[in-house]
Design a protein around this ligand. Structure first.
Ligand code: SF4
Length: 349
């Protein structure tokens, strides 16, 4: 097999994708229309990985299918705007807030649930950040601050250090959590300065977004190892995506790779109702069947919880598969191989 030429810069244009051989020249006009609607960017590592993996390419390379809107598509699929007490802050649950520190990402994913807003304005303006921090300061019920975006780790280490320091000075903030694709798609950003910035607070968690083992390049694995070695607890989130990871083998491979890297698979999201992303959606029944099959193959450490963000901002809930059903005065339990068993609570008739 011929080795692909090494990619050293991000690609942000359809012409660049044509030059890379990631799309055909005759498809360029329609893809230009897609790119006008939804931003396009692949970092050098993902540009490289996309050349050798259809699962990676499908996540980042636009297709004409994105021009198809379906009746159920939503502008704000998980209801960020419904629960925004001040700009840039989502307060959906009493004990935690989401702080949208930037709208910029290193890559733009074709299924993104925030695709209508990402990439617009860069980082949160200082006056809005100050107002958000002020809201957190005067709301003692807030125990956890989730930094997201866009991708919070596109900010400089200096900016992250300042933000973590400000949050660390708020006594009731017990945990800071960052949701990011950066360790995977732009691993060179995981520098010593960034790690030191994160380590200022005793409980900073990093949730890595990754959907397929082919994204875990040697450089990404090194970046995750640097974070783990520094004592930063790591979780992962993945989205169940048709044509990317909707097989038992793909998910098994991903979750085993993550656990080996000391990243605990945390959530597998059912794909949201983002506009132009319908071709990525599986049914919930398909997702449940995958999770049931995985339970028979993987230890609990490797298994994430399969969840649905209820459209409209009503929160996130586990969606199965259900192993326990009421059966008369007891329970019917399904084992990992599909066998059915009766169970009675001891002492109950
Ligand atoms: S990195 Fe996250 S926020 Fe940015 S485009 Fe991808 S899924 Fe959306």
């Amino acid at each position: 097999m011929t080795a692909l030429p090494r990619r050293r810069a991000a690609v942000q244009t359809v012409a660049g994708l044509v030059a890379d051989g990631l799309v055909q020249a005759e498809d360029a006009p329609v893809l230009e229309r897609v790119a006008q609607d939804f931003r396009l960017r692949l970092t050098a590592p993902m540009r490289q990985a996309a050349g050798g993996s259809a699962a990676v390419a499908r996540q980042f390379v636009p297709t004409a299918e994105e021009l198809v809107s379906r009746p159920d598509d939503l502008f704000d699929p998980i209801g960020d705007d419904v629960h925004a007490p001040v700009p840039g802050l989502t307060h959906r649950y009493p004990d935690r807030v989401i702080l949208h520190v930037t709208k910029t990402c290193e890559v733009y994913c074709r299924f993104c649930f925030r695709r209508e807003t990402v990439g617009d304005t860069g980082h949160l303006p200082q006056d809005q950040l100050d107002a958000a921090l002020d809201y957190i300061r005067r709301t003692p019920a807030i125990w956890e601050v989730i930094l997201t975006g866009g991708d919070p780790l596109v900010l400089s280490a200096r900016r992250i250090a300042a933000l973590v320091a400000q949050l660390s000075a708020i006594a009731h903030v017990g945990v800071i959590r960052l949701h990011t694709r950066v360790p995977v798609v732009a691993p060179e950003r995981i520098t010593d300065d960034l790690v030191a910035a994160l380590r200022q607070h005793p409980s900073v968690w990093v949730v890595v977004h990754t959907n397929h083992a082919d994204e875990l390049t040697p450089e990404a694995r090194d970046a995750l190892t640097r974070l783990a070695d520094a004592g930063v607890p790591l979780l992962s989130q993945s989205v169940l995506l048709r044509g990317v990871n909707d097989t038992v083998e793909a998910l098994e491979h991903l979750f085993r790779a993550l656990i080996r890297l000391r990243v605990k698979p945390y959530y597998l999201h059912h794909c949201d109702l983002a506009r132009g992303a319908g071709h990525f959606r599986t049914t919930i029944a398909e997702g449940q069947a995958l999770m049931a099959a995985l339970r028979g193959r993987l230890s609990g450490t490797c298994l994430p919880t399969y969840v649905l963000d209820i459209p409209g901002g009503h929160g996130k809930v586990p969606i199965g598969p259900d192993h326990l059903h009421r059966d008369g005065d007891g329970w019917r339990v399904t084992d990992p191989n599909g066998g059915q068993h009766r169970y009675h609570d001891p002492g109950q008739s």
